[in-house]
Design a protein around this ligand. Structure first.
Ligand SMILES: Nc1ncnc2c1ncn2[C@@H]1O[C@H](COP(=O)(O)OP(=O)(O)OP(=O)(O)O)[C@@H](O)[C@H]1O
Ligand SMILES: [Mg+2]
Length: 350
């Protein structure tokens, strides 16, 4: 016998079929893959779940009859309006209840997971380097500023103070940069019960006050329970993302008026940073601005990468850090007129 719970923990989709090729068991990942409830899947001929594909239908039939031990092929699943490329393995079981097992892997998802885990490793290394650099810069910077202040008070000609004030203000600017670089590690993570919608509302209020011309829309899942997180970090991460969207839309004139939507949803059986989570909170920030410049797309989460005059390029890198400290991840998709930043947080009960 199998354990139903373990079966549901798998991130790959598994269907068990009877001798007629109909679904008799489906795990939780199958519900997500086909966008249907388990009850709706049961009794369906498995071949009908894929985009019309004779070769696949044939190998499912063969597996159910025990004619081939195992067969792998590529296929497509239709989910609403989108089509998902998958790899399907059909295995003959010859058991009294189940004649065959089908395992389905989402190929796009795999690429996404590979890419985001590579990104996480790369960014970890970069941050380590930058934090060390920030640490080295901090002390001489304090000395430099102090010396400029002393010099200022000793200067015989007040007109020369223009130069010392440049030194002082630039030292302050560098100090602020260095502080932001060291920020993720500075405070210990403060775990507590978090209501994600309260955080979204506070972010909306702050952004609304700063960017009056951008409309902020909300699409909340009211059934979202509280979960364990550090509210200050989650709020800062979300604020950085929403502010970016508002900033790129200021001065940009799309055909539609500029708007940002903040959407919350619960996702089931998600793989985040190499760990499977039963539930995750997904906060999506969607804007109808010009989109992320192509040249920045690969590096957008790296520190000091900016496409904005006066930007420090730390907003997204800090946001990613804060969410990673929760075991979560931020991903994005962007094209002109539609940009989505997806913030995914494991929902740990507390
Ligand atoms: N929603 C978006 N649409 C288009 N481009 C974006 C969007 N969000 C971010 N970007 C691009 O990504 C760049 C990096 O963003 P990030 O927040 O890391 O740095 P910044 O906004 O430039 O500076 P900082 O946040 O440190 O003040 C931005 O400069 C902008 O070019
Ligand atoms: Mg920013």
């Amino acid at each position: 016998m199998y354990s139903a719970d373990a079966f549901d923990l798998l991130s790959t989709t598994v269907l068990l079929l009877n001798s007629a090729g109909e679904v008799v068991e489906a795990n939780a990942a199958a519900e997500v893959m086909f966008g249907r409830s388990r009850r709706n899947l049961l009794g369906q001929p498995a071949a009908f779940l894929f985009d019309r594909d004779k070769a696949l239908a044939h190998s499912i039939q063969q597996a159910c009859r025990g004619e081939v031990a195992d067969c792998r092929q590529f296929a497509r699943v239709r989910r609403g309006v989108e089509t998902v490329e998958v790899a399907v393995t059909s295995v003959a079981l010859s058991q009294p209840l189940w004649s065959a097992l089908i395992e389905i892997k989402d190929l796009e998802q795999r690429v996404l997971v590979d890419r985001s885990s590579r990104l996480v490793d790369e960014i970890d290394t970069q941050h380590e380097l930058l934090r060390n650099l920030a640490h080295e810069v901090k002390n001489p910077l304090g000395g430099l500023r102090g010396a400029a202040q002393l010099l200022e008070s000793e200067l015989p000609d007040p007109a020369l103070r223009e130069y010392t004030s440049v030194i002082i203000s630039e030292a302050d600017r560098l100090q602020a940069l260095v502080d932001r670089l060291a920020a993720p590690q500075r405070m210990p993570v403060q775990w507590q019960a978090v209501n994600i919608h309260e955080i979204c509302e506070r972010v909306c209020a702050l952004v609304r006050a700063e960017f009056r011309e951008v409309a902020l829309l909300r699409d909340y899942d009211a059934s979202m329970p509280e979960f364990r997180a550090d509210p200050a970090r989650v709020m800062q991460a979300l604020l950085n993302i929403v502010r970016n969207a508002a900033q790129v839309m200021t001065g940009f004139h799309p055909t539609q008026s500029p708007h940002i939507t903040i959407k919350t949803r619960i996702a089931r059986q998600v793989l985040l940073r190499h760990k499977q989570h039963r539930l995750a909170a997904v906060v999506t920030v969607i804007d109808n601005g010009p989109g992320v410049p192509e040249i920045l797309k690969e590096r957008i989460f790296h520190p000091l990468v900016t496409g904005r005059d006066g930007g420090t390029g730390l907003g997204l890198s800090l946001a990613q850090d804060f969410i990673q400290q929760h075991g979560g991840v931020i991903e994005f998709e962007s094209q002109p007129g539609h940009t989505e930043f997806r913030l995914q947080l494991p929902m740990e009960p507390f």
